[in-house]
Ligand binder design. Structure first.
Ligand code: 25A
Ligand code: L14
Length: 340
């Protein structure tokens, strides 16, 4: 029998993504019976707010998940690796925001606008992976183009907000800006270099091929979510001194010709997308407009005049909402509507 409401645990509830999850669950009226906010011992005993009520944060343990129907994880990869399996074996369905399980073949990697049917694969291990933030917003914009004209190759450069690295990084950008104006010593702890007034072509760790892991997530996750290993992707991921919203320059080579006007037309009807593209009025997607809202904004849509079948566009979304919390809650909504 279908439940009217579900017991939901949020792991990492005191973090940047966890706090947004609580907000999104409330805003979208997700049917929460009991809420269990979990974090590390550092936050146990503090409180978080949900629907106007205070909830006590508990320390995450293997026993945290008895009676939990849905567990939303966002406390980093090592926490998910350690605790998501025990949540699943307690009977919860895990929606995991980290890199821990994304590329495992029997774990679905889902963006609801692109491959909602893959959610059925939660039955394999009780875990659904939420993709990387930069990948999510890119595939939301690519899928309608793929369906209309096919995609051969994508060249993407990202301009990523510091909030992707959590609350410590948000604080670090604030503190660095203040230290410049107040002329005191600058804290440089989260990133290897100053991020204030700078751009760092380095997100996550470097791999043997000299790409970063963030770049290779965009390559590999795109193929898995779009269910087409033939799509070639190459990425350069860059941290910029922006608090919220990632921006991306996306160059797409399609199989068949599609005009920029057709792309504008299909994207204006696509789920989760808002076309913001009026150069005559200086209108194009801005990070500050992406922040705090749900749509993936797409603009600067134009023909790549250097090849036969190419499109350039600029794609912006709130990395903490569509890139993490909102996408996870959308997955949970489909899960309860169609499966639980
Ligand atoms: O380990 P990774 O994979 O490199 O992940 C790095 C970080 O990415 C964020 C999240 O940052 C994570 O820690 N993150 C995760 N998924 C993300 C996604 N999809 C994502 N960012 C974007 N997109 P965060 O700091 O915002 O949130 C961390 C949350 O996880 C809880 N947590 C950490 N370790 C835990 C744990 N929970 C259970 N067991 C553990 N072992 C963390 O709780 C928070 O809820 P907390 O109690 O540790 O943190 C409470 C406050 O303390 C500050 N803080 C966090 N870490 C440190 C810290 N202060 C000082 N030193 C630290 N090392 C935070 O401000 C937090 O509010
Ligand atoms: O893989 O630091 O989901 O901006 C996304 C944010 C990895 C780190 C992921 C960041 C994370 C990244």
């Amino acid at each position: 029998m279908k439940k009217e409401a579900y017991n939901v645990a949020v792991v990492g509830a005191t973090g940047a993504v966890g706090e947004e999850m609580l907000k999104v669950l409330a805003e979208r009226d997700f049917p929460v019976a009991a809420l269990k906010p979990l974090a590390s011992s550092r936050s146990a005993g503090s409180t978080v707010e949900f629907r106007g009520k205070e909830y006590l944060v508990e320390e995450l343990t293997d026993d945290s998940f008895a009676d939990i129907d849905i567990a939303l994880f966002s406390a980093g990869g090592s926490v998910s690796t350690r605790f998501a399996p025990s949540a699943a074996s307690s009977g919860a369905v895990v929606v995991d925001n980290t890199n821990a399980f994304r590329m495992e073949p029997d774990i679905p990697l889902v963006v609801p606008e692109v491959n909602p049917h893959a959610i059925a694969g939660y039955r394999n291990r009780g875990i659904i992976a939420n993709p990387n933030c930069s990948t999510i917003q890119m595939v939301v914009a690519l899928k309608p183009i793929y369906d209309a004209a096919g995609i051969k190759r994508v060249v993407v450069s990202t301009y990523q907000a510091v909030s992707g690295s959590g609350k410590k990084a948000i604080r670090e950008l604030e503190q660095q800006i203040l230290s410049i104006y107040q002329q005191h010593e600058m804290p440089i702890e989260v990133y290897p270099h100053q991020i204030a007034f700078n751009c760092l072509p380095h997100i996550d760790v470097f791999l043997d091929n000299d790409y970063t892991r963030e770049e290779m997530k965009m390559v590999n996750e795109t193929k898995k979510i779009m269910e087409d290993d033939r799509i070639m992707v190459t990425a350069t991921t860059v941290r910029v001194p922006v608090f919220f919203s990632h921006s991306e320059s996306v160059n797409v080579e399609t199989e068949n010709f599609i005009s920029a006007d057709e792309v504008k037309e299909i994207l204006s009807r696509a789920p989760g997308v808002r076309v913001v593209d009026n150069p005559a009025k200086n209108e194009y997607p801005l990070a500050i407009d992406g922040a705090g809202q749900d749509d993936t904004l797409v603009g600067r849509i134009r023909q790549d005049e250097s090849i036969a079948n190419g499109i350039n566009m600029w794609v912006v979304a709130d990395n903490i909402r569509k890139g993490a919390a909102l996408n996870a809650v959308q997955i949970a909504e489909i899960l309860i509507r169609e499966y639980l």
